[in-house]
Structure formats: structure tokens, C-alpha cells
Design a protein around this ligand. Sequence first.
Ligand SMILES: Nc1ncnc2c1ncn2[C@@H]1O[C@H](COP(=O)(O)OP(=O)(O)OP(=O)(O)O)[C@@H](O)[C@H]1O
Ligand SMILES: Nc1nc2c(ncn2[C@@H]2O[C@H](COP(=O)(O)O)[C@@H](O)[C@H]2O)c(=O)[nH]1
Length: 362
Amino acid sequence: MGEAPAFLVDDLQNEPLNGFELKSGTCKTTTTIGDKTYVIGGADDGTLSIEVRIFDSSLGEWVQPTVYGTKPLLSKGHSAVFLNDRILILKKGAKSDDQIWFLEVDTQYVRRQQKQLGTEVVAWSKGVIGNVEKPVVISGPSGVGKGTLISMLMKEFPAMFGFSVSHTTRAPRGTEKDGVHYHFTEKSVMEKEIEDGKFLEFASVHGNLYGTSVEAVEVVADAGKRCILDIDVQGARSVRSSSLEAIFIFVCPPSMEELEKRLRDRGTETEEQILKRLRNAAAEIEQGKSSKIFDFILYNDNLEECYEKLKKLLGLSGCVAAPPKSALREFNLPLDHSVSKIDDKIIINCISSGLEKESKNL
Ligand SMILES: Nc1ncnc2c1ncn2[C@@H]1O[C@H](COP(=O)(O)OP(=O)(O)OP(=O)(O)O)[C@@H](O)[C@H]1O
Ligand SMILES: Nc1nc2c(ncn2[C@@H]2O[C@H](COP(=O)(O)O)[C@@H](O)[C@H]2O)c(=O)[nH]1
């Protein structure tokens, strides 16, 4: 909370200002939702990213919200329009893969964080142009074959799927590479990043911390690929209640004996770790089968048969590996534009700068 800079108070007195840039060339917009006016833009704290402040007219006060997600970098300005539970931000003069952003202000995820923290919360997420299909969340007990199935999918459809590289505090196994299999990290560093809102979900699994950063998912979406997350049941539950709309698949072993055999044959864990993973497996299978988190349950008995079933439920049966959907189609947003919403359509009014000014709607 704090005092309003004079120019903003002036600007706010001249309502309505929704979605329009404030005067004085500050590259800030205001969006009023109920008692709250979201002032978006500028970087008061010396960072290079877009800042958010809220003026609560019922309190007559400025509120500094807790901001989650990766913040967009400053641009030559932006337009803003409110869409149901989030504000659409169109950055001016930005590259096509950096033009569209959302500031979540009233999504389920934001409301839950607000309740937990007792403060105002907003969350940034990046928009993607095109038809990237829903991400796929794959869970199941350790050793059931999640990684094997995902590798088969990535090998057959390299241009279609991208793996969400998680962070973990566990030590790398022999052949694992940092940044490819996991981002191997220190516990204190990861805890700080969790506090800073960089994670979509995280959980303590078999005695170590694991988590999916917002960036890990964005990297895949930015490449125009469908994101695959290999995460435990706790993580799947968090993603289920986040704003990420995904397909949730739980992989079951044919028996506990077979699961133990696979874990032992893999030879990557100590005896103590194997026993811990097996103890946790029973509870995970119980939750996986009984909770309403998962859309599909797959039994991984015969690997090839299970893989075929996985492809079928992802709509890939009999599919020849296709080139990537061109999710990053060129989309040239002119520098001079305004944005509004009518019914289900976002109208972008482009003003061309010639001798005779011309206006065109997209
Ligand atoms: N259907 C199957 N039949 C026999 N062996 C299998 C089958 N599926 C996977 N395996 C083997 O089981 C072992 C464990 O598989 P994988 O590493 O893919 O499990 P995971 O679920 O990813 O485990 P974690 O959660 O610990 O990473 C591997 O050695 C793999 O080759
Ligand atoms: N909640 C999350 N769980 C994760 C994530 N990345 C992996 N995992 C799960 O951890 C166990 C153990 O994995 P291992 O590589 O040490 O064998 C397994 O069930 C994974 O699904 C994550 O980002 N979040």
C-alpha cells in the first residue's frame, strides 16, 4: 500500500480509462473491475519488467499485489482489456512470440492464493498464437514406466511434443543431464524460487523437492509444441486446480511385484530408496485410482500395448509423425492500436500512420 503518484491520481479522476494508456507518456494502462483499478506498466522498482499496482476505491488506498508467474519485459506500451477473469495485454512493438500476455486477476488459482496469503494476488501468463493442444500430465508410481512411455512418444513425434523439464533437489543419475532430464538445483535456491512464484506446482516426493516452473511449460508452448509433464500425484492435483487446462493420465503397474522388479532392474536407486519408493507407491496408486484428478488410467503391463493405448487416447493412433502445427504464425500487431471486447470477439483497432490516418479492425 502507498501513496499514489500525482499524475496517476489525475488520470484516475478522469474515468473511464479502461484499457487506454494514461496520459503523460508513462506507458501505463488502467483497467477497472468493481472497486479495483489495475494500473499496469512502468517499472518503478528499477526492474525491466512491467509492474502492477491496484487502486482500491472502497479503501481509497493503493495496494501492492503479490505477483506470480514470469513478468513480461517492458515494451513501447501496451493495450489492456478485461476478459471474464483476466486482463489481456497486447504489447506494442514486441516480437510476435512476446505480444500476447494475460494478467490473471480473478481466476480460481489467483483466488486460492489470495485466500492463502490474505493479500491481493495477480499472476502473469503468456499467450500463445495458434492451436496448441492441451498439455498432458502423466503420473504414476516410481518405476511404472512413465519416463519410458514419454521417451517413446517424444521419439516418434519429436516435432509434436515437448517435455516440461522439472526442477529437483535430488542428485543426477549416471546418464542424466542438467537442463535436459531435470534442472538439478540446491534446496535453498528452489525454495526461494517457489516463494517468488516461479513454480506452477511443486511437491516433496520420496524425500526430495520436485517442481514444474512456469517457464518450463512456457518454453514448450513457445516452441509451438504440446507439453508433457511427468509429475507425481500431489503435483497433478495442484495442476488440476491451476489455470493450466491439461489431460491427466495415471499409469498403474500390473502388480506390486512387477513394480518392485522394474525398480530393482533399473538399478538407479539404493536399497533404502527402493523401499521408500515402494512404500509410497501403494498410497499413490490408491489416490490415482480413487481421486477425481485423472481423466484416464492406463495399465502398463505389456509396454507396446500400453504405448498404443496412450497414443489412442491422445488421438494419435495410426498417426504418421506430423510436422509441428505452426503455432507461431506471424501476427503483426501494429504499434498504434487500441483493443476492446465485444461479445466473444477481441477487436484490435489499428491506426496506420500515413498522411491520411486510416483505421482498420482486426
Ligand atoms: N511395460 C514394461 N515392462 C517391463 N519393463 C518396463 C515396462 N515399462 C517400463 N519398464 C522398465 O521399467 C523401468 C522403470 O521405468 P521408468 O524409468 O520409465 O519408470 P518411471 O515411472 O519413469 O519411474 P520414476 O518415476 O522413478 O522416474 C525401466 O527400466 C524400464 O525400462
Ligand atoms: N510434483 C512433481 N513431481 C515430479 C516432478 N518431476 C518429477 N516428479 C515425480 O517425482 C517422482 C520421482 O522421479 P525420479 O526422476 O526421481 O525417479 C516421479 O513420480 C515423478 O513423476 C515435478 O516437477 N513435480
